[in-house]
Design a protein around this ligand. Structure first.
Ligand SMILES: [Fe+2]
Length: 359
């Protein structure tokens, strides 16, 4: 009989960069000529944004944001080590990385062998130095678990969920950062060294109607207002929840100790069109956070794709998968925290779900 731990964390790329660059996504947005000047004026921003922006464009606040994120990551890593899993199963998004115009699977299990991963691909593209002072081309090994991955795929298909699977990553890309950063951030003190646990990544098409249209998420308003050619939607939140339930059932039948992980921040400023990409939709995030803490999964499965997209919560589909598994396996939320920010692109959430003492 399997034993299971559930975890949620962020893969926020700017956490791997120096404090002076932590607000770079907002700084880039402020250079968008099609955003009205009065929206860009810090004088009109909500209090949390003004406070974080300060007189140094967020550098001091970045140190505090990093401290909060590291504290969440440390807690998650402690729980992971105490549980000592055989394998991590991680839900993460693919931002025009492994999957592009040739094919966009709603869900794809990456049944890879050990893979060399370049963790600083996103930072290199943004010309941001990494906070560890490591060479740009640093790599680490992500241990795979291809046999177990194939078993999960087989069980999912047998249960009526026709997931895709992949045995080889796309050539010439940086490994999808949702998974790469999961390992980097869980091992923040030892980047580039051997991480003790293998990983089965499950790609979720979180970006849906924007996956090709915005090639990884960030778009200028000129492109949006001239009329985007939207892609078909991603899987619905409810379907993600069902996938999580099915993964939960597949895991339950195994004899492994499995850590199920949702890897992503919550609402993203650069996807929150209604706020001019300046800040995340904190109200929408708070609503779902409160429902998660209350164990009110019906509130989660009632969320529509339209609502997710309107709130810039695209990547939260990873969390819908996790919560489906949590519900299916009867795990209890034992600890969580919500890290709110105005200027650092996205609110972040950390969570630990454990088997209840009685089960
Ligand atoms: Fe992401």
């Amino acid at each position: 009989m399997a034993e299971v731990l559930g975890l949620g964390l962020t893969h926020y790329p700017m956490l791997a960069g120096a404090d002076t660059h932590m607000a770079n996504l907002l700084k880039g947005t402020l250079r968008d000529p099609d955003i009205p000047e009065q929206e860009k004026d810090p004088g009109g921003w909500p209090a949390i944004m003004r406070q974080e922006w300060g007189d140094d464009q967020g550098t001091r606040a970045a140190a505090e944001h990093r401290r909060e994120l590291r504290s969440g990551l440390d807690r998650v890593r402690e729980e992971l080590d105490a549980f000592n899993p055989d394998v991590l199963v991680v839900w993460g998004d693919d931002q025009y990385e492994n999957f592009r115009e040739e094919i966009i699977p709603s869900f794809c299990v990456l049944a890879y062998d050990d893979t060399e991963v370049e963790p600083f691909g996103v930072l290199n593209k943004l010309k941001v130095p990494n906070v560890w002072g490591l060479p740009d081309e640093t790599t680490f090994t992500m241990q795979g678990s291809p046999v177990f991955a194939r078993k999960i795929v087989s069980d999912l298909i047998a249960s009526g969920i026709d997931v895709a699977y992949s045995y080889e990553q796309r050539k010439g890309i940086n490994f999808p950062h949702a998974f790469g950063n999961t390992q980097v951030f869980l091992d923040y003190e030892n980047v580039g060294k051997k991480f003790p646990y293998p990983m089965v990544p499950i790609s979720v098409n979180c970006y849906g109607e924007h996956v090709i249209a915005r090639k990884g998420g960030m778009a200028r308003f000129a492109e949006i207002t001239k009329g985007e050619q939207l892609d078909p939607p991603g899987p619905t939140p409810r379907r993600c929840f069902q996938l999580g339930q099915a993964v939960g059932r597949a895991i339950r039948e195994s004899d492994k100790r499995v850590a199920l992980v949702a890897s992503s921040s919550w609402s993203h400023a650069f996807l929150n069109d209604k706020a001019w990409h300046l800040r995340p939709d904190t109200e929408a995030d708070r609503r779902l956070y409160d429902a998660m803490v209350a164990g009110d999964y019906a509130a989660w499965t009632a969320v529509t794709t339209k609502e997710v997209v309107a709130a810039g919560q695209h990547e939260m589909l990873n969390w819908f998968c996790l919560l489906g598994a949590v519900q299916e396996l009867g795990l209890d939320l034992s600890w969580s925290t919500f890290v709110e920010t105005g200027i650092f692109n996205s609110n972040k959430c950390f969570a630990v779900f454990q088997e209840s003492a009685s089960s």
